[in-house]
Design a protein around this ligand. Structure first.
Ligand SMILES: Nc1ncnc2c1ncn2[C@@H]1O[C@H](COP(=O)(O)OP(=O)(O)OP(=O)(O)O)[C@@H](O)[C@H]1O
Ligand SMILES: [Mg+2]
Length: 325
């Protein structure tokens, strides 16, 4: 059984494929005390390497990366520019394939790729994964509501998707999702006229009504101001905690990763160099992860010990009021 986007309103999600076994369980996991590592596995990467080859050069972007993410986890992926964050995320949806001698990637119980070959069922698996990009990826001339409804297209019969015919229930579901991310008042507005933060929350609403059980977000707050960033991260946290959706989010902003992600994975030059809770992400490790980049562009200013419940710690580059729940 696949997740019904119950939290965004009835009815059941017909996007669901019968092979899914985890979503009902993940709803049970939401806000539960079941420790993450005793839950079902949402993402498994085993010995993934990726080399980009061109006429002029060959660059190994990922080196033998192995990791396991359990259902209901919210994981922040950090690392300097070019460390391989986006490449890793794109492998999880099969947008990129690993090297031929690479290991397997399994997502939500289905193999996505193995030894550099994509699974034949990739389209079916992708419907269960929401991908949120830095640049929102909305159709700017369409209304916000229509943009969210686009999340339903993947599971529609072709004759309905060709004409973009949505049922009343689907529209209700999209409105409920917009309401949940706090922008339903703008439902009829052209997406292009909304602020970046509003557009990003609409992109999350679209993944919600898609019924995504895994949300992959690639720098969703990179172009937003701190307040809009906080709202977007809060929306992702809400989806994670209330629906049990597994979230993997690439972030440049270490404070936000520490604040919102109970688990952080650090990449450096394509190698996984850190995997643990924010408390263990010391200044020394951050300096190791960011290397020379730590001194550039004020990154050292952002690498501060963030108190998780107020008090103590060094000054933050983002005011605590902005990060507060
Ligand atoms: N399609 C491609 N062809 C060639 N090289 C690529 C391709 N995609 C990524 N790379 C290279 O792989 C490395 C990792 O890139 P990636 O985009 O994953 O880094 P990143 O950690 O997401 O960086 P950023 O923080 O700047 O987004 C970089 O050196 C990049 O130039
Ligand atoms: Mg990137």
């Amino acid at each position: 059984m696949t997740r019904s986007p119950s939290s965004v309103g009835k009815p059941q999600n017909p996007v669901a494929s019968s092979e899914t076994s985890s979503s009902a369980a993940s709803e049970v996991y939401a806000n539960s005390s079941i420790p993450p590592d005793s839950r079902a596995i949402a993402v498994s990467v085993d010995g993934l390497s990726k080399t980009f080859k061109s006429l002029l050069r060959s660059h190994r972007a990922l080196h033998d990366v192995s990791l396991t993410i359990h259902e209901g986890e919210m994981v922040g992926l950090i690392g300097a520019s070019g460390s391989g964050k986006s490449t890793l995320l794109r492998h999880l949806t099969g947008l990129v394939t690993g090297d031929p001698d690479s290991g397997a990637i399994t997502v939500l119980g289905s193999e996505i790729q193995n030894a550099g070959k994509l699974s034949g069922r990739i389209r079916k698996i992708r419907r269960r994964i929401g991908f949120i990009f830095q640049q929102f990826n909305l159709v700017s001339r369409l209304s916000l509501l229509t943009n969210v409804l686009i999340g339903r297209l993947g599971g529609m019969p072709w004759y309905r998707s060709c004409f973009g015919r949505f049922t009343r229930d689907e529209k209700r579901m999209a409105m409920a999702a917009l309401d949940r991310v706090g922008i339903s008042l703008h439902a009829g507005q052209r997406a292009g006229t909304l602020s970046g933060g509003q557009q990003q929350r609409a992109a999350i609403a679209r993944a919600m009504i898609q019924g995504a059980e895994l949300m992959l977000a690639d720098e969703p707050i990179a172009s937003l101001d701190p307040e809009a960033s906080r709202k977007v991260m809060q929306t992702l946290r809400d989806v994670n905690q209330k629906d049990g959706t597994t979230v993997v989010v690439c972030l440049h902003q270490v404070e936000f990763a520490k604040r919102y992600c109970p688990r952080i994975i650090g990449l450096k030059d394509g190698n996984m160099v850190f995997d643990g809770p924010p408390e263990e992400l010391t200044m020394k490790i951050l300096q190791e992860i960011y290397g020379a980049e730590a001194d550039d562009a004020g990154i050292m200013d952002t690498i501060t010990e963030l108190p998780r419940s107020g008090g103590g710690g060094e000054p933050l580059s983002v005011p605590p009021s902005v990060l507060a729940n």
